[in-house]
Design a protein around this ligand. Structure first.
Ligand code: RNT
Ligand code: ZN
Length: 422
């Protein structure tokens, strides 16, 4: 038997097993193919960006660790790497870009960015059939060095970042318009204090004012979806973060923006899978930043963890897929960067497949009848159902390498392309 025959016959056996539990695996694959994941550009160059700027500017508490060779040095290299990654990932997806990935021939200040500075990205997205999402970059900049941006007490700094936010919303809208699919434009700011503050109120009042100014121009939701991202703590903002969860939940509910939940932005014993049904009661749509916190907000590459499966299960069980935008937010500079996209994105899709293959009706009946013994027993049984056989078949059907074959393609690409970069 050839590999593809083996995959096909394993699938047929899996299909029968799922049918016994009342699950249609063909329908699960068809639904899965409709779900777009927003691939974050910043995995490819350790959140560096391509601005013409002063050397050595980090900051904002974002830190990629590792020195694996071959990171993209230019936007063209990054696009080539993303194309490679996409060729290994089943389905049709999106690109999530940061403002710091603008391509300009001279220094253009962040408050002066325009859609034309992203023309190459937009053209490329169009040619590759990708929707785009966008992010303001409120870090790694001289005007962010005090640790405060939109909540700064320095009016000229605050104004500058408000203007950046407004510029980003216009760019997002232009991307959405050009590509015919709304661009989720997300705003995360690093503002906060390393040590115990006296005034917790002032910065939050200023942040609200800044957001109101930024969002004053009404969004055309066919092109632009505004989103705000909270955080519990960051490097250098351990004691106080202005844009906390409560702050942005309140803001999103009051102002009808999207709320971004990053899986690394909560206390390690809190899980986003439990927050979805809570926040979805009050906001129309959310953005997920799927990441993997290891002991802290470490942005490790996403794996098929219990929490990832629980997250995907929530989206499917709650019928939330049309109200949730799934973005990835991890960066690892210690392994092959194209492989990192491959591992993380394939796991996200795999988790969604497993959720779509869940015999939810059957499980729900056990709960409704109060039979918690069967509920727990079945939850354990379904962990070893043949989802892998469906996944392999799905990959083959979508024309991407099944099983570990995808890694071989990364290795070939490494040999021919990324390893030659200095
Ligand atoms: C930082 C936030 C933010 C960034 C990206 C690069 O803690 O998670 O989303 O990771 O925008
Ligand atoms: Zn994030």
């Amino acid at each position: 038997m050839s590999d593809s025959q083996k995959i096909e016959s394993a699938y047929q056996a899996a299909k029968e097993r799922y049918a016994e539990l009342g699950v249609d695996s063909d329908a699960a694959m068809a639904r899965l193919a409709e779900i777009a994941i927003s691939l974050h550009c910043w995995q490819g160059d350790d959140v560096g960006g391509f601005e013409v700027k002063e050397e050595g500017l980090d900051g904002g508490g974002i830190m990629a660790t590792g020195a694996y060779p071959g990171k993209a040095r230019t936007a063209d290299e990054l696009r080539a790497d993303i194309e490679k990654a996409l060729s290994l990932i089943p389905g049709s997806h999106r690109l999530n870009l940061h403002a710091s990935y603008a391509e300009t021939d001279r220094k253009v200040e962040r408050n002066e960015l325009e859609a034309k500075h992203f023309a190459a990205w937009i053209d490329w997205a169009k040619a590759n059939g990708l929707g785009m999402d966008f992010n303001g970059t409120f870090f790694a900049h001289p005007k962010a060095e005090t640790g405060f941006t939109l909540s700064s007490a320095d009016e000229s700094i605050r104004k500058f970042w408000v203007e950046h936010g407004i510029a980003c919303r216009r760019i997002g809208a232009a991307m959405g318009k050009a590509l015919g699919t709304p661009c989720v434009t997300n705003m995360w700011i690093p503002d906060g204090y390393k040590d115990i503050p006296i005034d917790r109120k002032g910065p939050r009042e200023r942040l609200k004012k800044s957001l109101d100014e930024m969002f004053a121009e009404k969004a055309d939701k066919t092109c632009l979806l505004d989103s705000v991202e909270s955080k519990l703590f960051g490097i250098g903002s351990e004691s106080y973060v202005v844009g906390s969860h409560e702050f942005y939940l309140g803001y999103a509910v009051a102002n009808k923006t999207l709320l971004c939940l990053d899986t690394g932005h909560f206390h390690p014993t809190e899980v986003v899978s439990d927050k979805i049904s809570a926040v979805m009661t009050f906001v129309d749509e959310i953005l997920l930043h799927v990441s993997r916190p290891v002991r802290w907000d470490s942005d490790h590459v996403v794996i098929l963890s219990d929490e990832l499966k629980a997250l995907a299960a929530e989206l499917v069980r709650g019928d939330y897929l049309d109200r949730v935008h799934i973005g990835l937010d991890f960066f690892d500079a210690s392994i092959n960067r194209v492989a990192a996209w491959g591992i993380g994105t394939r796991c996200m899709i795999k988790a969604l497949l497993m959720a779509l293959l869940e015999p939810t009706k059957l499980l729900q009946e056990t709960e409704d009848s109060g039979d918690f013994t069967t509920r727990l027993a079945m939850l354990e049984e379904i962990k070893t159902l043949p989802a892998g056989a469906v996944w392999d078949f799905y990959c083959t059907n979508q024309g991407v390498p099944a099983q570990e074959q995808w890694l071989k393609e990364v290795r070939d690409y490494e040999e021919e392309v990324t390893s030659l970069r200095s």
